[in-house]
Design a protein around this ligand. Sequence first.
Ligand SMILES: Nc1ncnc2c1ncn2[C@@H]1O[C@H](COP(=O)(O)OP(=O)(O)OP(=O)(O)O)[C@@H](O)[C@H]1O
Ligand SMILES: [Mg+2]
Length: 253
Amino acid sequence: MATDTRGLNVVRIRELSRGFGDRTVLRDIDLEIARGEFVALLGRSGSGKSTLLRALAELDENVTGSGELSVPTERAVVFQDSRLLPWTRVLDNVILGLGGKGAAERGKAALAEVGLAGREKAWPRELSGGEQQRVALARSLVREPKLLLADEPFGALDALTRIKMHALLQDLCAEHKPAVLLVTHDVDEAVVLADRVLVLDDGVLSTDLRVDVPRPRRHSDPEFIRAREVLLNALGVDTEPRPAALEKEKQAS
Ligand SMILES: Nc1ncnc2c1ncn2[C@@H]1O[C@H](COP(=O)(O)OP(=O)(O)OP(=O)(O)O)[C@@H](O)[C@H]1O
Ligand SMILES: [Mg+2]
């Protein structure tokens, strides 16, 4: 469970299996994540994405399993809900458990980085959902993690806020350079953000796609469209136009 200091990989998993009772959810998974690499994880609901993320966070409970897992101790986890303590002010949430001199200054700087300078004394309930998620990001990054684990962190946000959060996360990652494992349902989110996209299907990583679309990534870039198609196909979504739709188009022209 120690940091892999031998190689360039911060995460190294060998033949990882996880299950609940007699149900196997993950089967013999091998995975490496390099320093600073941004990996997105897709898969249908119930495919085991959160189970894999929890294994990496070493937060799994009531789970049976085997395999080798090497993850850095300097890691942070962000969930769909911000999990801020409601009775603790924003800055104190950010630096909670952070010892040492200058913690408050570092917390303030982290809040400024996520665009929340001046909100240090606010209560979590006084912030919008997007602002609360920004506090959660600040709380993670103030710890300078080598590995950031994020389980659908933008899943509850509206489309516009989500796009802004993508830009913010990219800036924060460029600055702090953690390796990232981002669980998402959203294929476009995966292609916009990730260096590599994995698809989890039937307990195995069925796809491992390197995304070479130049940044900033445009949805109209042919490479973007190609990556999206590969991933939708891997998720079992048919991207071919239906005969009925083609027929309608013909009639309209
Ligand atoms: N604590 C638990 N006890 C029993 N079964 C569990 C437990 N946690 C997860 N499971 C089961 O393991 C499977 C994978 O769950 P997991 O939460 O990892 O899926 P997921 O891919 O994250 O799904 P979603 O996209 O809906 O969040 C599901 O069938 C789920 O019912
Ligand atoms: Mg999940």
